[in-house]
Design a protein around this ligand. Sequence first.
Ligand code: WT7
Length: 635
Amino acid sequence: MGYYKIKNLEEYFKHYKKSIREPRKFWGKIAEENFIWYQAWDKVVDFNMGEADVKWFVNAKVNITKNCIDRHLAKRGDKTAIIFEPNNPDEKALHISYNELYSRVAKMANVLREQGIKKGDRVCIYLPMIPELAVAILACARIGAIHSVIFAGFSASAVTSRINDCECKMVITSDGGFRGNKSIDLKGIIDEALEKCPTVEKVLVAKRTNTTVNMEEGRDYWLQPLLDAAIPNNVAEIMDAEDPLFILYTSGSTGKPKGMLHTTAGYMVQTAYTFKNIFNHEENDVFWCTADIGWITGHSYILYGPLLNGATTIIFEGIPSYPDFGRFWEVIDKHKVTQFYTAPTAIRSLAKESDEWVDKYDLSTLKVIGSVGEPINEEAWHWYNDHVGKKKCPIVDTWWQTETGSIMISPVPFVTPTKPTYATLPLPGIQPVLMDELRNEIEGNQVVGSLCIKFPWPSMARTIWGDHQRYKDTYFSAFPGKYFTGDGALRDEVGYYRITGRVDDVVIVSGHNLGTAPIEDAINEHPAVAESAIVGFPHDIKGNALYGFIILKEIGEYRDRDNLTKEINEHVSSHIGPIAKLDKIQFVSGLPKTRSGKIMRRILRKIAEGDFSNFGDTSTLLNPEIVDEIKDERI
Ligand code: WT7
């Protein structure tokens, strides 16, 4: 019997034990039985964690797109691979079958080859959420070019630094992109970015907004005529298991962005396996992950994971609030979505609106709903469970990172009993450990510590592009021999994990370790509060004190800010303890957030400290303008 699908809790424990005792047999069997290979491996895994050197499926030969597309054609050629749901609900959705996806990718792959792209070349993809984005990614993988997708919301300077870091030879972009009622001048941003990118030789431009753009002679080419002239067949490049598949830059809450490098076979095996189990995928399902493909969530769970399983996956161009706050729920209703995967920040922003938006749509096709990106607070978890899942869909709170490539800790729906705010148990093959300050592994349950992984897993990043030393220093040196996630976690009495947040989000107040996440949870429960962020700032007596940045739901009823400040502190005091009371509370209209929804605490810390000298790289912020507002109104 294979290990690909976990059917019940007993089987989960059986698979888990097998995966720890005999990881080679476990992953070897999954790899052998569920994918097509040109050549098998000599060794399942070869590693030296101290040196951060890891190889999976050593010497195997494979092409991930043969597994994503070609092998489905006989059985599922006419099945919809991708549903494209445009930004404007009045524009018709597009259904792309596996057959059509094959010819689109083949044509694009041929265009790339004709334009001089070879195996190993880096191609920057800067596209909105349109089918060409998926096709461009898969075409790179088809010919062995390394894709570096940059989220089409990053500024020109962020694009420049990413293109230069990995020396891209080509950029694939579009004239523009739609987002809500805005249209974004992507080609203009690329033109500006490329002023300082000497390695880029060609730019292929897809049409989306039909706006007039500047086309530089000899450098810029419209994509469509090239595709029209290309033949719809392509022989895939034979790739080594460890050949690079893509580079993806992490939002980097500190320092310059890190180009995480993922390789071919291990990434393929684990994204497929996790997609199958965590979303309980069945043949006729319609899967929707609301992330942008520009993030790892989109790479692994809009594209690779679903396509490897022959699934139908949605590419949604729009935003949750356009044309109104019912948009997500309307899309679920319209396409009869069976699995829905989104982020706590989206859940909270929609929970803030009237429940009528969600209650008026038919969400009865949903089977599993998921969350990713940050700890999901209790209030949001319950709202999601009650209003979206209607208390019948297990919530998969999935913990993972850009660096891990695929989901690591999560309930398996209908298998693992869920518990609000808990990511619960590691997937088979994943060995999490909690470490104390003395670098010892903490045994037993009901403990807290720094979350590490002590055995390699197939989809882990292999290095930081061009800087293996930084990779080693960042992830493998704090706890020698182990991968350090940077997150803190708690293990409850039955061994369930709850991710408490980044370890550096802990503030020591009067000698007490205070995680800022639980304080924020408590504050968010106050009826007037929409969202909050707490940071520490130096205090003469306590060492550190707490500073709260708070967004209110509406101001009307709570006009008296002093009173509200008092109330919030009473709330914190009764939920966590008087020690967690905030010294300063500033009401703000927004918080500085990265595109993946994470609050950039480094900036808030500086503001709280009164140090406005250098906020570092703010190019990854969604709303850079908020920084000045918060700074000017500091108390
Ligand atoms: C960090 C990774 C990989 C998905 C998108 C974010 C936090 C992620 C959870 C979760 C608590 C979570 C962690 C992690 N995080 N998922 N379910 N519960 N925290 O990828 O930008 O690489 O961020 O996001 O802090 O380290 P990323």
